[in-house]
Write a protein that binds this ligand. Structure first.
Ligand code: NDP
Length: 482
C-alpha cells in the first residue's frame, strides 16, 4: 500500500516538474536584488530612463523630471506615431492641433523640467541585474535605477508578393512623408481604421484619386473620421477587397495592384503609383521579451491598475503595453502613471534625494558635442537643382539626404547623417535637399519615399538607401566608394 502511495507521489512530482520549472524561471527574474550599495560602483547612472519619445515616453519624462530625479529619454523615433499625424481631434483640451506640434510642446515641457533627450535608439538591454544595463546604437552604456519602456508599436505589413521588393519604391506606411511624390497619380490605402482615413486624407491633397481597400464590408474607423471622407471628392472606398500582389519595378516603382473581392472572388487590377499600408501595429517589445513578461501578441503585461511589469523597477506605458485603447491621450496617461510608479519605487527602496546627491558624479550627463552634432556644420543645404547639378560635377563623392519637413523618419535620420558627415568630412561632400522645395530631385532620381540617401561618384549615381538607417549601415554604404 505504502509503495503504491510512493509511486503515486513520485509520478505526481514528475508531472508537476515542468510547471515548477516555469514557475522557478518566472520568479527568478522577479526576484532581482535591489541593493542600494550597487549604485555606488555603476557609471553612468540614470535614475529614470525612459525608452521612447511618443506620448507615453514624453509624459513619463515630464513627471520624472518634475519629480526631481535624473531623467533621460532615449528618444528612438522622436515624437512617435503622433509625429506622423496631421490634425488630432480628440486629444483632451488640445482640439484640432497638429500631431508634430503637440509632440514638440510635450518634449519642451519635459526639457524645461530638466529631462534630457538622447537622439539614439536602444540596441540591447541586460535586465538580469540591477541597476539595469541599457546599450544604445551609438554604443553608449547606461545603468538605470528605474526604466519606463514606451517604445510604442510599429506598422504591420501585408506579407503579399511584391511588398518587400517594392518597399520604399511606392509601398510605404507614411503618407505624410511620401504623399508629394504621388502628385496627380492614383494610389491605394489598405485598412479600415482611423489611420487608413488619416492617410487617405493626407494623400487626397496630392493624388488624383485615392482608393481605400477595406477587407470587411464596413470600416472600423470612428464615425467622425468616416464623415471627414465626405469632405473630399477624390477618395473612394472599396469594401470586401484585399490585395493579392503588388507589381512594379526598380525604375518606375509601383505600377499596379492585383486585388480580389473576397465575397465574389472576382479579381481585377488597378494602375497605381503608391500602396499605403494602414493595417495596424505590432508592439515594439522584442528587446525586452527575454526579461519581462509579454502576452501572446507581444504586448508587455502590466500589473493591475499600475504600469509595473514582471520586473521590479521596470514599467511600461503606451502602445507597447496597451492593446485595447491605443489612443494618444491614454498613452500620455499611462506614461504619467509609469513615472509615478517609478518615483514611488525609488522612494520605497530608500533611493532619496540625499542618496542621489552622493552619487551625483556618477549620473549620466548629455555630452555637449551631441548638441553640436545636430547643428550639422559639414552639411550643405541645396535649394535649387542647378546648384545640385553644379556641385555634383565638382566633387568626387557626394552623399545626398533627400528629406521633407513633416517626415518622422527624416527627423530620425538627420542626426545620424550629420554624425557620419562629420566622420567623413575629408573624403566626401554631404548635402541635404528638401524634396518639397526641390521637386525635380524626385523626378531625376525616381525618388518615391523619404528619407532617401543618394551616393554619387564623379557625378554618377552609385547606390541609394531608403529609410532611417543606422549609423553603421550608413558608414558601410559610403565606404563602398572611398
Ligand atoms: P486599427 O487596428 O484600428 O485598424 C487596422 C485596420 O487594418 C482594420 O480595418 C483591419 O481590418 C485592417 N487590417 C488588418 N490587417 C489587415 C490585412 N492583412 N489586410 C487588410 N486589412 C487589414 O489600426 P489603426 O492604425 O487604424 O488605429 C490604431 C489606433 O490608433 C486606434 O485606436 C485608432 O483609433 C488610433 N488612431 C487615431 C487617430 C485619430 O484620432 N486622429 C488617427 C490614427 C489612429 P479589420 O477591421 O477587418 O480587422
Amino acid at each position: 500500500m505504502i509503495q503504491k502511495h510512493m509511486k503515486f507521489l513520485v509520478y505526481s512530482l514528475m508531472m508537476l516538474m515542468p510547471f515548477g520549472l516555469i514557475f522557478f524561471l518566472y520568479n527568478r527574474v522577479a526576484t532581482i536584488s535591489i541593493d542600494i550599495q550597487k549604485i555606488y560602483d555603476k557609471k553612468p547612472l540614470v535614475a529614470l530612463l525612459v525608452i521612447g519619445s511618443g506620448c507615453a515616453g514624453d509624459s513619463a519624462a515630464v513627471y520624472g523630471a518634475r519629480g526631481n530625479v535624473k531623467t533621460v529619454d532615449i528618444a528612438g523615433e522622436p515624437g512617435g506615431q503622433l509625429n506622423g499625424t496631421t490634425k488630432v481631434e480628440n486629444m483632451p483640451g488640445l482640439a484640432n492641433q497638429l500631431g508634430p506640434d503637440i509632440m514638440q510642446k510635450l518634449q519642451k515641457q519635459a526639457e524645461d523640467f530638466g529631462a534630457e533627450f538622447v537622439y539614439d535608439s536602444v540596441k540591447e538591454v541586460d535586465f538580469s541585474e540591477w541597476p539595469y544595463k541599457v546599450v544604445t546604437q551609438d554604443d553608449k552604456t547606461l545603468y538605470a535605477l528605474t526604466i519606463v519602456i514606451a517604445t510604442g508599436a510599429s506598422p504591420l505589413k501585408l506579407g503579399v508578393k511584391g511588398e518587400a521588393e517594392l518597399w520604399g519604391k511606392g509601398v510605404t506606411t507614411c503618407a505624410i512623408c511620401d504623399a508629394p511624390f504621388h502628385k496627380g497619380k492614383e494610389v491605394v490605402v489598405i485598412g479600415g481604421g482611423d489611420s487608413a482615413i488619416e492617410e487617405a486624407l493626407q494623400l487626397s491633397s496630392y493624388a488624383s484619386k485615392v482608393t481605400i481597400l477595406v477587407r470587411k464590408d464596413f470600416m472600423r474607423a470612428a464615425p467622425t473620421m468616416q464623415n471627414r471622407l465626405k469632405e473630399v471628392d477624390n477618395v473612394v472606398v472599396l469594401y470586401n477587397t484585399e490585395v493579392q500582389e503588388i507589381i512594379g519595378n526598380d525604375e518606375d516603382g509601383v505600377t499596379t495592384v492585383h486585388i480580389i473581392n473576397n465575397k465574389t472572388n472576382v479579381t481585377s487590377s488597378m494602375s497605381v503609383s503608391g500602396v499605403f499600408l494602414a493595417i495596424g501595429h505590432v508592439p515594439n517589445s522584442q528587446l525586452f521579451k527575454k526579461f519581462i513578461k509579454v502576452d501572446a501578441d507581444g504586448y508587455i503585461v502590466t500589473k493591475g491598475r499600475s504600469q509595473k511589469t514582471s520586473l521590479p523597477g521596470v514599467f511600461a506605458a503606451g502602445d507597447v503595453e496597451d492593446k485595447v485603447y491605443r489612443q494618444a491621450g491614454v498613452a500620455a496617461g499611462s506614461g504619467i502613471r509609469a513615472a509615478l510608479d517609478a518615483l514611488a519605487f525609488l522612494q520605497e527602496h530608500g533611493i532619496n534625494a540625499s542618496i542621489m546627491q552622493k552619487v551625483e558624479e556618477n549620473f549620466f550627463t548629455l555630452q555637449k558635442h551631441s548638441k553640436s552634432v545636430h547643428a550639422g556644420p559639414v552639411i550643405f543645404k541645396i535649394t535649387t537643382m542647378a546648384d545640385f547639378e553644379l556641385l555634383k560635377t565638382q566633387q568626387a563623392v557626394v552623399v545626398v539626404d533627400v528629406y521633407t519637413d513633416p517626415c518622422p523618419s527624416c527627423k530620425v535620420l538627420m542626426p545620424t547623417f550629420e554624425k557620419v558627415a562629420q566622420k567623413f568630412a575629408d573624403s566626401a561632400t554631404f548635402i541635404k535637399i528638401n524634396a518639397n522645395e526641390v521637386s525635380e530631385i524626385a523626378r531625376s532620381y525616381q525618388i518615391s519615399t523619404v528619407p532617401t540617401i543618394l551616393l554619387l561618384k564623379n557625378g554618377n549615381l552609385v547606390d541609394r538607401l531608403n529609410g532611417a538607417v543606422e549609423e553603421s549601415e550608413l558608414r558601410t554604404f559610403i565606404q563602398q566608394v572611398l
